[in-house]
Design a binder for this molecule. Sequence first.
Ligand code: ARG
Length: 460
Amino acid sequence: KEVKLWGGRFEESVTDAVERFTESISFDKELYKQDIMGSRAHASMLAKQGLMSMSDRDSILQGLDEIERSIENGEFVWRTDREDVHMNIEAALTDKIGEPAKKLHTARSRNDQVLTDFRLWCRDAIDKIVARIRHLQVSMVILALKNEGLIVPGYTHLQRAQPVLLQHLLLAYVEQLERDAGRLLDCRARQNFSPLGACALAGTGLPIDRFMTSDALGFTAPLRNSIDAVSDRDFVLEFLSANSITAVHLSRLGEEWVLWASEEFGFITPSDSVSTGSSIMPQKKNPDPMELVRGKSARVIGDLVTLLTLCKGLPLAYNRDLQEDKEPAFDSVKTILGMLEVSAEFAQNITFNQERIRKALPAGHLDATTLADYLVKKGVPFRTSHDIVGRSVALCVSKGCQLQELHLKELRTISPFFDEDVYEFLGVENAVKKFSSYGSTGSECVASQLDYWVTKLEIK
Ligand code: ARG
């Protein structure tokens, strides 16, 4: 058995079970690129500071290049007995270039190394997620552009409430996604600080330059406190929190589209390319991708809860428990990327059943609130007008008709404030036209929202 990199004081090697239980190479090899980047920056800094010769640095840099290539070719052999990604790469470098490699771990611990890798990885992951959020936003705006003027029932309590423009409703999701991206970018700015050089926890007496490595790796600055640098995982907790909120937004979108695709709603028809069938019921065509978007949000939330639970009992500084931080983060990122991709594809592959939606619009007295506003314009206090319209709706319910089908005579038996012009406010088409407040579903307001997004998202 090979002697461990930390093997000096040990007389016995670890048991096979302990080796299998404590390894992290099976998952942290995901960090190889960031680990190599960190080592390049560290070696260059050590040479500049006179802690290794320029020629040692050059052979380290060359060796790292070769290792990176062999990992990418799939030729590199990851060894469980070398525990984690850091020791696998360092030991492979020693195998390759010999003595100079032994200087690489000067003024560095795996504790600051793993965090350097992990922060770089999260930064990269945030950029990928934000790009997919943008893509979904664009898909939603394009879907809105395709359905200009379409009125749909707006719901509260899943009961018909007021008529809204479909564009308005789709743009509500675009707004949510904008905040999701904003949260990720805030988190990115807060997490982009360098732990490298914090060493095990206390820093070092060797003359390193943490600002140099921080710059080389694109961090804003080195973290101020070495103990904090190796202890906390709040940067990834914040990241997974942001992912969880995005996942909840996508899950709600999934729920909405699953409902809309049902026979009962019948608002949308997903194309075959985003639907799946049943192994027993030949007629079935199910919106499974959006059901799974809803379902997979559970994993993203679970990943956050795993990490919160992992951290809650730990004293300063590094504890081995923290090795368990990576898999939830990897899973959260992989899952949210898939959810965003499939949601965008779904948005690109649904058609709104305009005729069917139009036919269903008269149900549910969607124009009742607009009618109450009509009376307010006539000088009736809102509470009174609410009551008058409530009684008008009750009359409709008893007659089985819509508000616009009541005769003026009938309306006047309820209130003398009703006039001939009331019919300009009734019916969903008329009702929608009456909205004018900032952010409302009025067609001009929605058009200006749409313009805003078309410009902001650079949609041609
Ligand atoms: N694989 C470890 C992790 O992911 C690296 C740090 C190990 N440090 C240590 N002192 N054992 O956290």
